[in-house]
Design a protein around this ligand. Structure first.
Ligand SMILES: *[C@@H]1O[C@H](CO)[C@@H](O)[C@H](O)[C@H]1NC(C)=O
Ligand SMILES: *[C@@H]1O[C@H](CO)[C@@H](O)[C@H](O)[C@H]1NC(C)=O
Length: 308
């Protein structure tokens, strides 16, 4: 295929994606109402006493931001709720964080929104598995019973003792890994729709967003601030691009060209200038990093960083 026909094909596919975007509008409302109660409780908690925060962290910055679907305060709330025990991550707040990140991407314009559709598919795969597990009493066997029954290796039995107190197999990253391994649901050679494999895709995308927000938070001592579009492309090239085909990489880079300017990000999180943006984003990045590192460790310990 020549360059021109490749470009034509790319545009055609993007238009098709755009079409499906229109069809799927209105999802946000659902999540807004679902999460409102949860968020308000947590926000109140954060705002009620900021004595632990340093002076730069103005608590008002994390108040709700009127007129936005994406709420950075909500994102932070979910992210901070995700780490659990010494090294685990709770799946419910993890997925809720993704809901908020999807809104973030969607606010960056239809082209980046295309990528977020893929993310939504992934989060719904894990949610679906969790629902199925809840309906199926088998899923609630404790790890000990399970390893005896399945005659499987006792991989992670000790490490996951902490997860055993919870009813659902999809309560946390480690409980999901444990249950899926023991049921032989994780295929290390072929593509499947296991929760672990799906989590790995989300996990890789999280690194991209973390890096992008990190770059957006940077304030150069001298010289100009670089454009979000450039920063996002750079973050992508260092992370997700490694896993993508030529075609997807080109499509993604097209999407980043259309990304809004920096002033848009100020409005998006209700701040006035780069210093304030930096303060807010740094908190978000730290929270993402904690979640990312824990997930990375859990996947790594189980040899799951390259699941097909
Ligand atoms: C915040 O917490 C500190 C101790 O953690 C306490 O001394 C202070 O009175 C609290 N402030 C408010 C406004 O609740
Ligand atoms: C996450 O891991 C990286 C690399 O291993 C490390 O440099 C960083 O300090 C860790 N961050 C947190 C919050 O644990």
């Amino acid at each position: 295929m020549g360059v021109k026909s490749k470009a034509a094909a790319a545009i055609l596919v993007l238009l098709m994606f755009l079409g499906s975007l229109w069809l799927q509008g209105g999802l946000d409302y659902h999540w807004d109402t679902c999460l409102k109660g949860y968020n308000q409780v947590n926000k109140f908690h954060q705002l009620s006493n900021s004595s632990g925060a340093d002076a730069a962290e103005d608590p008002r910055i994390l108040e709700g931001c009127p007129g936005q679907t994406f709420q950075v305060s909500m994102l932070l709330t979910h992210l901070l709720a995700a780490p659990a025990y010494s090294s685990d991550v709770l799946l419910q707040p993890y997925l809720s964080s993704w809901d908020e990140l999807v809104k973030f991407m969607e606010s960056l314009g239809p082209m980046v929104g295309l990528i977020s559709k893929e993310i939504e598919t992934k989060t719904s795969v894990i949610r679906q598995l969790a629902l199925l597990a809840e309906e199926n009493p088998d899923a609630e066997l404790s790890p000990d019973v399970h390893s005896i029954n399945s005659g499987n290796t006792d991989v992670g039995t000790k490490n996951n003792a902490e997860a055993s107190g919870h009813a659902s197999a999809y309560h946390s990253v480690r409980s999901m890994i444990w249950v899926e391994l023991n049921r032989g649901l994780v295929d290390f050679h072929h593509q499947t729709d296991s929760g672990c494999r799906t989590l790995l895709r989300l996990h890789r995308a999280l690194l991209w967003l973390k890096l992008f927000l990190e770059k957006l938070a940077e304030t150069p001592v001298a010289g100009r601030l670089r454009s979000p579009s450039e920063l996002c492309r750079e973050a992508y090239q260092r992370t997700l691009a490694n896993y993508h085909t030529w075609f997807v990489r080109r499509a993604a880079e097209l999407a980043f060209i259309a990304m809004p300017e920096r002033g848009f990000f100020f409005r998006l999180v209700c701040v006035q200038n780069q210093d304030q943006l930096s303060t807010v984003l740094t908190r978000v990045v730290e929270a993402i990093e904690e979640v990312y590192n824990r997930t990375q460790k859990a996947l790594e310990e189980n040899g799951m960083l390259d699941l097909p």
